[in-house]
Design a protein around this ligand. Structure first.
Ligand code: MG
Length: 249
């Protein structure tokens, strides 16, 4: 069942989103070579709690941290580690969620550490643009698959692989709600979009093939061919007109 949020719920999700945008800004600015992914998580958790929020991911299904920190060929769910040190030229995806007055917001950004290769820069930019290509169709009366198809088409026009094994999702009082939001075209049109639906749209794009594998920690997903991967996500609201991106400043 896809829930339609009330005015009050939407207001809380707006507030959560604004806070999460600030968390990403502050955390993104703090990244530098020599920092461990554990330090990234500790700083992220402190920023979230300083805003009076609870980190959505901490202990979610047993996830041991507040921020997913995924480096280079790690697609998502990188587990922060004292011994994993960010190096000049790395790309790092930060996925974070906050709970504010019982409502979640979820967003991801991919950053370059110091100077990165032009190929890595392009992957990050195209992944972000995939989100914007998708939400051109995030309008009442359209169907979910219109968003999925637009994301896939744009990513594949650059020869990139669109991850199949992980998808976006509805969001609200729970982190993951119906519907699933794939980044690739389905046979079905999917649910019809209605004002008041809130979705986390999150392209996960590989420089190479779309296949991924899980590491032995049962969390971290990496590209099967070792190629770089980028992630970009926002929580959005379907309205009567243009979609509202909740997790931007
Ligand atoms: Mg998400």
């Amino acid at each position: 069942m896809v829930s339609i949020k009330s005015k009050k719920e939407i207001e809380r999700m707006r507030e959560a989103g604004k806070i999460l945008a600030r968390v990403h800004q502050e955390l993104g600015q703090a990244l530098k070579p020599g920092m461990s992914t554990w330090e990234v998580d500790k700083l992220g958790e402190r920023i979230i709690r300083d805003f009076g929020c609870i980190p959505s991911f901490k202990n979610y299904n047993g996830f041991p941290a507040s921020i997913c920190v995924s480096v280079n060929d790690e697609v998502v769910h990188g587990i922060p580690d004292r011994h994993r040190i960010l190096q000049e030229g790395d790309i790092v995806s930060l996925d974070a969620g906050v709970i504010w007055k019982g409502y979640h917001s979820d967003a991801a950004r991919t950053h370059g550490i110091g100077q990165i290769s032009p190929q890595a820069r392009k992957l990050i930019e195209v992944t972000e643009q995939c989100f914007y290509e998708g939400i051109k169709y995030a309008k009442a009366g359209n169907h979910l698959n219109d968003i999925s198809t637009a994301i896939q088409r744009y990513a594949e026009s650059f020869g990139y692989g669109v991850v199949r094994d992980l998808v976006g999702h509805g969001i609200g009082s729970r982190l993951h709600e119906d519907p699933e939001v794939p980044n690739f075209s389905q046979k079905k049109r999917g649910v019809r979009l209605r004002p008041g639906m809130t979705l986390a749209i999150e392209p996960m794009i590989n420089e190479g093939r779309y296949d991924v594998v899980w590491l032995d920690n049962d969390w971290t997903v990496v590209t099967d061919d070792g190629s770089l991967s980028a992630h970009y996500e926002n929580t959005i609201l379907i309205t009567d007109g243009e979609p509202e991106i909740l997790s931007l400043p």
